[in-house]
Every structure is written in structure tokens, then in C-alpha cells.
Design a protein around this ligand. Structure first.
Ligand code: ADP
Ligand code: MG
Length: 322
């Protein structure tokens, strides 16, 4: 007997995620009722994943559930906000129970980790598409893209490029190296940097999450701040797994241009640097200085003191391009 929409919601989406006292009314009525902590402001973001566009057909359902929430958590992390509640609009070609169970568990596991609960949504029939809206709250100033100034130090968390290699492995476009599983996991189960974003409110002048590639997203943050950025090629953090999989040159290129990492890129005023580095040790918090904001617009990658030019195929060293 096919699962009714009511049964589907009851089975997989009621009590999905953490338990929260601030949910006056969750899944089941016409709308949810939530209590925002007194004196804090609501922070909201939404993201859609379309099969064949944002995830591969036949991709593990747990990964789809995880990523649909992770990309939203990453947006809140970039604001320095505390995530609390999520809504899920799910369009399914059929009520495949094995798929749904896996999807819901991938979503719920990450939700519990961040004390987030699913409080409502919508379920429709059609080509597979997942939209998650996240709601959170913040006390005091948020981390904006626009707060950077020339001279601010530029940082990135984690090792960007890993997820792009993981996707290439999933697509069979890259031969599997010894640590293929690590790279695959970085694509399938990204780690939103919620704790880092929250503490950075005390240190960073601007912040953005890296979803479309470090170069592009650092450029967006710099432009929103009315400046540009110099990135030091040699400083780009690259994981051992990525370097082994694609070689050190291609690894750095992927760290600049690969997408889907969900790391944080942020800037810090010179006067706040000592405090940042002593109070949030980079090794413990997993971030690296990669450059500096500058007055001139655009992002320049500097290698051995010379700017590199970026081409459609990737980039080449400036000196060798002519
Ligand atoms: P309505 O017709 O009023 O929109 P629905 O039948 O769509 O009601 O939904 C019933 C309840 O189930 C609502 O509380 C709604 O928020 C919740 N819900 C529906 N689909 C989902 C889903 N995919 N995930 C979480 N909650 C859902
Ligand atoms: Mg509905």
C-alpha cells in the first residue's frame, strides 16, 4: 500500500532533529510557532538542491539530507548566528521509503549535532528537489560581507578544493587515490563551520561562506566591502589527500576554484590580529591566513611575488602567459 502524505510526514519528519523548548508548535498544524529569545533578532536563509544540478542522480539519500541542511547552516555560520529551526519543502517523484528513511536520518543527524529541529514544511510530487529554510537568532552585531577594509588580513577555514575533488571522484572523472574516501566525504557530508562563525563575531570585520569557490566568494566579500584582495598562492591551505590525488599544482587551483566546501572566508583588522591568533589558535580552530584586503578592486593571486592571470581553463603564471 503506498504511503499517504500524512503517514510520510508522521513517520519521517515529526521529531526530526533536536528537542527544543522554544518550539511552541512544530510539525502537524497549519504553521509552526516559535519563541525567539528575548532581545535577539531572527536570522533566516533558504537554499534549494535540485537533482542533477546540485547533487548527482543516485547520490546517497543521507548525503542529500545532510547537504540540504548543511548549506543552510553554513549561511547562518557566515553571519555568526545560532541556528535553531528548519523548514523543509520536499518534492518527490514517489514515496520511496528506503530513500526517505535515509534522507531523514542524514538530515536529523546533522540537525541534532547543531541543536536544530524541523518544525514544518511541504511535501509535493514531482522531480526530486529539496528546499530547506533555516531560522536562527543572533544577539548583537552580525558578521556581514561588507565590513572589510583595505589592510585587513584575509583567512579561510579548512582546506578548500577537497569537495570539488570528491565530486570528480563521484563522477568517475578522477582516478581513485588511496584517500579517495576522505575527499568523497568532504563533498557528500560537508561540515558547516557554525561554532567558528559564532566566535568570529568578536574578531572578524567581514565574513562569507565559501560555496562557489574561494576565489569567487573572497571576491564577493571584498567587493561588498568596497575593496579588493591579494591572495598568496603559497599560503593556500591544501589537504594531503588532495595533493596526493591531483598533485600540488592542481590542488592549489582546486582550492581557489572548486565549489561545495562550505568553509568560511573572513577578514580581520590588523589591530585585532594578535587577539585572534592567541584566543582562537589557528591549529585548533582550523583556519589559515591567505592574504590581505586592498583598496584596488578585484582579487589577485600572487605567486613568488608576481600576480597570476586567471583564464577560463584555470589560471597560469603571469610571466609564462605571454
Ligand atoms: P497544509 O495543507 O496546511 O500545508 P500539509 O499537509 O502540507 O498542510 O502539512 C501538514 C503538516 O506537516 C504541517 O505542519 C507542515 O508544516 C508539515 N509538513 C509537511 N511536509 C513536511 C516536510 N516535508 N517536512 C516537515 N514538515 C512537513
Ligand atoms: Mg502544505
Amino acid at each position: 500500500m503506498p504511503l499517504s502524505e500524512f503517514d510520510l510526514i508522521e513517520r519521517y519528519f515529526r521529531n526530526c532533529g533536536a528537542r527544543r523548548e522554544d518550539v511552541e508548535l512544530g510539525v502537524g498544524d497549519d504553521a509552526a510557532i516559535l519563541q525567539c529569545p528575548a532581545g535577539e533578532r531572527l536570522v533566516a536563509a533558504i537554499d534549494t538542491l535540485v537533482e542533477g544540478v546540485h547533487f548527482l542522480r543516485g547520490c546517497p539519500a543521507a548525503s542529500v539530507g545532510h547537504r540540504a541542511l548543511a548549506v543552510n547552516l553554513s549561511d547562518l555560520a557566515a553571519m555568526g548566528a545560532r541556528p535553531a529551526w528548519a523548514l523543509l519543502a520536499l518534492t518527490l517523484p514517489e514515496a520511496d521509503e528506503a530513500w526517505l528513511a535515509e534522507f531523514a536520518s542524514g538530515f536529523a543527524e546533522l540537525a541534532r549535532l547543531h541543536e536544530v529541529v524541523l518544525v514544518g514544511g511541504d511535501t509535493t510530487r514531482g522531480p526530486l528537489c529539496v528546499t530547506v529554510q533555516i531560522l536562527g537568532h543572533i544577539q548583537g552585531a552580525a558578521l556581514l560581507r561588507s565590513g572589510g577594509k583595505p589592510g585587513d588580513a584575509l583567512f579561510v577555514s579548512g582546506t578548500p578544493g577537497d569537495a570539488a575533488a570528491g565530486l570528480a571522484l563521484e563522477q568517475g572523472m578522477l582516478a581513485a587515490p588511496a584517500q579517495a574516501q576522505y575527499l568523497r566525504e568532504r563533498f557528500l557530508f560537508p561540515t558547516p563551520r557554525v561554532a567558528l562563525g559564532s566566535v568570529l563575531r568578536e574578531y572578524a570585520s567581514a565574513c562569507i561562506d565559501v560555496s562557489d569557490g574561494l576565489l569567487g566568494d573572497a571576491g564577493k566579500m571584498a567587493a561588498a566591502s568596497g575593496c579588493g584582495a591579494d591572495i598568496a598562492y603559497e599560503a593556500l591551505p591544501v589537504s594531503q589527500s588532495l595533493a596526493q590525488a591531483v598533485g600540488p599544482e592542481r590542488a592549489r587551483e582546486l582550492s581557489l576554484t572548486g565549489g561545495d566546501d562550505y568553509e568560511l572566508c573572513f577578514s580581520v583588522r590588523p589591530g585585532d590580529l594578535d587577539r585572534l591568533l592567541t584566543q582562537l589558535p589557528p591549529q585548533r580552530w582550523g583556519y589559515t591566513r591567505i592574504g590581505t584586503l586592498r583598496a584596488a578592486p578585484g582579487v589577485q593571486v600572487v605567486r613568488n611575488g608576481a600576480p597570476m592571470v586567471l583564464t577560463h581553463a584555470g589560471y597560469e603564471h603571469f610571466a609564462r602567459s605571454r
